[in-house]
Design a protein around this ligand. Structure first.
Ligand code: ADP
Length: 473
């Protein structure tokens, strides 16, 4: 079994202790990573701080070229990294609607190149006989990146590349469940970047907390649960660190009356179940008009029964296991609660016996807001389908939630846009759900987060503004 090192100041570092990373399809360890102590966090932050002056002063074109080289390294190592992603997350190599490890690598590569090409040019607000006023963007310093287990490599790229692009240095801490592909990426990156520009520490929540609370970290970019995001925000207060928080979602989808059930059902199923529902912007609550409710429930249940669940290394597999046992227990508890409060389980409903953390893809009818499965984020392969009588009601139910990441409306585009604009969420999709792109801002409102990622708006979050006023008279 291979053991992966940390990277601090450009050097591979052992912590003197390691922990196992489990393949969730088998329930068995397949790799080991370093079990960092706080002193490694201190050393990584110090290395990032030491690298900052030279990296932030590196000419823009040179930084861009280095980031494109990272993209090329990801491309050159795609099969190896895909296999690591599949083994640590459980997600299939291909997957339902091609949402799998291949997409994770493709996304990581695309985001790297697109972000490398973005720029934040200075703005000129005034230029007359009296004065010239310019607005410049400066890097913040040391950025701490803390990532989750659902899209570990792609989200690391989402954090790291814009931070580096704008001249910051980074300490990255991946999820303890899925640190392997990220470790390998950081190893590849350290053959390209100057020492200390990108550092890696591996460990559990306590190491994340030590990094997030470190006095010499200037900004935290975090993707994970709302609960942990709130803790990070508390810890950031002492030194007023900048924050980008991409937290939980409980995205609603509304199917308008008159929709084509047969055509929409597979697309809705994919939106809810790809990556086993373990994506922050998966469709998590589906509101369907009374006139088509029974037909839609039946179509979705058929798809749930027919989808191929198995080990992600098998190219035929569409859905893998739930990523970890604790998450599968949450999904089981929500399924049990749904049954207990009158929900009808139309497909699935149980963990699969045997090795690995498999759960049957599950469709639940007959619930509404107030049931745990509707109100709480399930983050797993179980979807509540909720009946509504009029569209105003559907909008009210969709907005009746503390989360506000994404939402979708399905039907005639003009009508659907008008309904979508009333949803309280950071992104609204019309006739799709969850697709993100590297040039469009993405982020949550309400308790789904603070700030946005991607594109120029996302890049700006890794900078501070400096206004320069030059008097002419
Ligand atoms: P989950 O509970 O589903 O694993 P988390 O939001 O707790 O989701 O985890 C996301 C990331 O946050 C992981 O890298 C984890 O180690 C890290 N983490 C957990 N607790 C803390 C904390 N208190 N401070 C900083 N990072 C943390």
């Amino acid at each position: 079994m291979k053991t992966y090192p940390m990277f601090i100041g450009g050097r591979a570092v052992d912590a003197g202790a390691t922990f196992a990373v489990v393949n969730p399809a088998l329930g068995e360890p397949f790799a080991r990573v370093q079990d960092a102590q706080v002193q490694h966090v201190d050393a990584a932050v110090a290395a990032a701080r030491a690298a900052f002056p030279a990296w932030s002063a590196t000419p823009d074109a040179e930084r861009q070229a280095l980031l494109h080289a990272l993209g090329a390294a990801l491309e050159a190592h795609t099969p190896e990294l895909m296999e690591l992603v599949t083994r640590e997350t459980g997600k299939p190599l291909a997957g339902l609607d091609n949402v799998g490890a291949g997409m994770e690598l493709g996304g990581a590569i695309a985001w790297t190149h697109v972000t490398a090409d973005l720029a934040l040019a200075p703005e000129v607000l005034q230029d007359d006989a009296t004065a010239r006023v310019e607005v410049h963007r400066k890097p913040l310093g040391v950025v701490a990146s803390i990532t989750p287990w659902n899209w570990p490599l792609m989200i690391a790229i989402w954090h790291v590349i814009p931070a580096l692009r704008t001249g910051n240095t980074v300490v990255l801490k991946p999820s303890e469940y899925t640190p392997v592909a990220t470790s390998r990426f950081v190893e590849l990156a350290n053959a390209i970047l100057p020492p200390g520009v990108l550092n890696l520490v591996t460990g559990a929540g306590a190491i994340g907390a030590a990094l997030a609370g470190h006095a010499d970290v200037d900004k935290i970019v975090f993707t994970g649960s709302t609960r942990t995001g709130k803790r990070i925000m508390e810890g950031a207060a002492a030194t007023l660190k900048r924050l980008t928080l991409e937290l939980g979602g409980n995205d609603a989808g509304i199917v308008l009356p008159g929709a084509d059930v047969a055509a929409l059902a597979p697309r809705l199923f994919g939106a809810a179940f790809h990556n086993n529902g373990q994506t922050c912007a998966c469709l998590k609550r589906l509101y369907v008009h009374d006139s088509q409710y029974d037909a839609m429930c039946a179509a979705l249940a058929r798809l749930a029964i027919d989808v191929r669940v198995g080990d992600g290394m098998d190219p035929q597999t569409q859905l893998g296991p739930v990523q970890n046992r604790a998450q599968r227990d949450i999904v089981q508890a929500l399924a049990d609660d749904a049954r207990a409060c009158g929900g009808q389980v139309l497909a699935g409903g149980r963990a699969r016996p045997g090795p690995g953390y498999f759960f049957e893809p599950t469709i639940v009818a007959g619930l509404s807001n107030g049931a745990r499965l509707v109100d709480e984020e399930q983050f797993g392969p179980i979807l509540p389908v909720i009946r509504y009588a009029d569209v105003d009601d559907a909008v009210r139910l969709a907005n009746d939630n503390p989360n506000g990441l994404g939402g979708s409306v399905w039907g005639d585009p003009a009508l659907a846009v008008a309904v979508g604009r009333r949803l309280e969420c950071g992104t609204v999709w019309i006739n799709e759900h969850g697709a993100v792109q590297p040039d469009a801002p993405f982020g949550g409102i309400k308790q789904s987060g603070i700030g946005v990622e991607f594109g120029r708006h996302g890049l700006a979050e890794f900078t501070s503004i400096q206004t320069v006023k030059i008097m002419k008279a």
